[in-house]
Design a protein around this ligand. Sequence first.
Ligand code: ATR
Length: 268
Amino acid sequence: MKYLVIGHPIAHSKSPQIHQAFAAQFNLLDFSYERCLAPLDGFAGLVAQFAEAGGAGANITLPFKEEAFRLCTKLTERAAAAGAVNTIKCVDGVLLGDNTDGAGLVADLLRHTGLAGKRVLLLGAGGAACGVLLPLLEQMPQSLTIANRSVARAMSLAEKFSGNIKIIAQAFDALEGEFDVIINATSASLSGEALPLAGSIFAKDCVAYDMMYGKGETPFMEQARLAGASQCIDGLGMLLGQAAEAFYVWTGLRADIVPVLAAMRAAL
Ligand code: ATR
């Protein structure tokens, strides 16, 4: 069975290492998973060629997740909600598009805290935030607030996803009260920037989660720790979680992320 991770750039991707470790847990000898650099204008052709040649599935990363969403002939509910596809399964000539990012985040969060009945704050309103909203809401938090530098973007996400749980959209400096779980889905950590957040929004037992990861603390994790958050977690577990969910979509097997996470953490 042949799988790919397709992106541009792609050399940095840790997905082959992760999926090969998962496959080894089940002794899947015919499981192959490779990196594939797609030309910026050649993504659709490459996927078609791969599927035609008997490819079983692919992970899709930057900048192709939205193009993959448009390309797939069938979508799961969570991919439709996310407006982006990170996992394709080739089934009898049909490209099934899925999105496992939100499931990966939720699975990793649940290893650290419950979400039901919690006051959840999501920071950011770009693709990363949009991709995780439906799985987060399915955990039935008491409330969900989206804060973003551009409030209009937060409002449009709130409008799209409000249902049983009403989503509140706000600017960072308008946030009031405390939150039990604060998730950073902005890309601010990439440029080493901290967000303009009041320390008072971190509840005493607050769990702070940065979707980014790296060696040591991200700026958001440091900010959360200084504000008294009880757990500050980076996104390495989410990376493993989304991969484990994709592996399950393809193989029906639930891989154990714990040993792979430990090995990757040690190698950071
Ligand atoms: P991604 O796919 O990573 O979500 P994106 O769609 O470009 O990428 O969204 C980036 C997110 O990070 C947005 O929420 C963006 O805020 P704006 O919508 O106001 O642009 C946020 N972001 C990026 N850099 C930031 C910074 N320095 N401070 C605050 N927010 C930032």
